[in-house]
Design a protein around this ligand. Structure first.
Ligand code: SF4
Length: 354
């Protein structure tokens, strides 16, 4: 079939991260009801991370933590208030135009139905983007059929159908094929399997793994389901109230979750083991109002290890154990912070957080 990736677009070589996101900030103004003029939801507040070529970066956190806004910033669906995005060495807005970003970055959303135009057939849906890019109609149609085949839907049966004639899993396969038709390097999957039945979810996850290997793709995988993230991700980034609180290789974070919020998220995972049932809720209450987030460490209003220093000062990002790429933002990891548990051995700190 047609090759969906162009190697000449690998500008910076394998060592150059595909994405460098620095200090991403996006606030949404609210000017109604109880809120005064000038109030803003601080959806994403100084978020920095990289996405390496060929990896899957999982982003997790409670609803409202800023993970979906981060995804929309990465794909250029909404603009930045502050910060910068560098794609393979080229800075968005100066070296790289938005339309060039859209050549390289595609997104698949949770709602497979709302993402599709009900008046277009499946073939028209997949061929639409390439045609807009100047691909001849017959070539775009051939590409649509090839991609249908590749996502496991026989073109003879499905090309002429409309979205309402498909199941949720089939529609999500169409959304994946539509993304692939644009020959992206990075696909952002925002809760892309969350609405599917477990058996269909497993099939789509396996398909995504196959496509990643075949087309040399990079994924950002956003999910509230930690088990799914563990299955697909190479690294995991944990967000709380618009900030990154922990990031590292998925196995390292799984074994040594250093931030108390990460520990609480993991503790809230349902367990099938009757000897390890959660006896008390790991996280009390709802996240605080993102219009007026807590001072210092934003988690201090819910953290069982909070001390005065936590409300007074935002914690620095510190290494966790001896894996340099595993870091977390907690005063307990910073020997200079003044927290009573700071400077304890990593094991003690980690026990405290679990
Ligand atoms: Fe808890 Fe303080 Fe660490 Fe924040 S900095 S997670 S409040 S111990």
């Amino acid at each position: 079939m047609s090759e969906p990736t162009d190697t000449h677009r690998d500008r910076g070589g394998p060592a150059q991260p595909l994405v460098i996101a620095s200090d991403l900030t996006r606030h949404f103004a609210v000017r109604r009801g109880l809120f005064s003029k000038g109030d803003a939801v601080r959806a994403v507040d100084g978020v920095s991370f990289t996405v390496e070529k060929g990896e899957t970066l999982g982003i997790v956190g409670e609803s409202g933590c800023g993970k979906s806004t981060t995804a929309r910033l990465l794909v250029g669906l909404i603009g930045l208030d502050k910060g910068e995005i560098v794609l393979d060495g080229e800075k968005l807005g100066t070296d790289l135009k938005l339309k060039d970003l859209w050549d390289d970055v595609q997104m698949v959303f949770q709602d497979s139905w709302a993402s599709l135009n009900p008046r277009l057939t499946i073939e028209e849906t997949i061929a639409f983007g390439p045609k807009m890019r100047g691909v001849a109609a017959k070539d775009a149609r051939r590409l649509a059929h090839e991609l249908l085949e590749r996502v496991g839907l026989a073109p003879a049966r499905f090309a002429g159908r409309y979205p309402h004639e498909l199941s949720g899993g089939q529609r999500q396969r169409i959304n994946i094929a539509r993304a692939l038709a644009m020959k992206p390097r990075l696909i952002i999957l925002d809760e892309a399997v969350s609405a599917l039945d477990k058996s269909v979810e497993a099939q789509v996850l396996n398909l995504l793994a196959d496509l990643k290997a075949e087309f040399g793709l990079t994924y950002v995988f956003i999910s509230h389901d930690l088990n799914v993230v563990r299955f697909v991700a190479d690294r995991i980034m944990v967000m709380y109230l618009g900030e990154v609180v922990e990031i590292g290789p998925v196995d390292a974070v799984w074994e040594r979750r250093a931030h108390p919020y990460t520990a609480a998220l993991f503790a809230a995972m349902p367990s099938m083991d009757p000897d390890h049932r959660t006896e008390k809720p790991p996280l009390a209450g709802d996240p605080p109002n993102p219009i007026n987030p807590p001072s210092g460490c934003r988690f201090h209003t819910r953290c069982q290890y909070a001390e005065d220093v936590c409300a007074a000062r935002a914690p620095k990002t510190c290494p966790v154990g001896d894996i340099a790429s595993h870091v977390a933002a907690c005063h307990m990891l910073d020997p200079q912070s003044g927290h009573s548990k700071a400077g304890a051995s990593p094991t003690l700190v980690l026990e405290a957080a679990q």
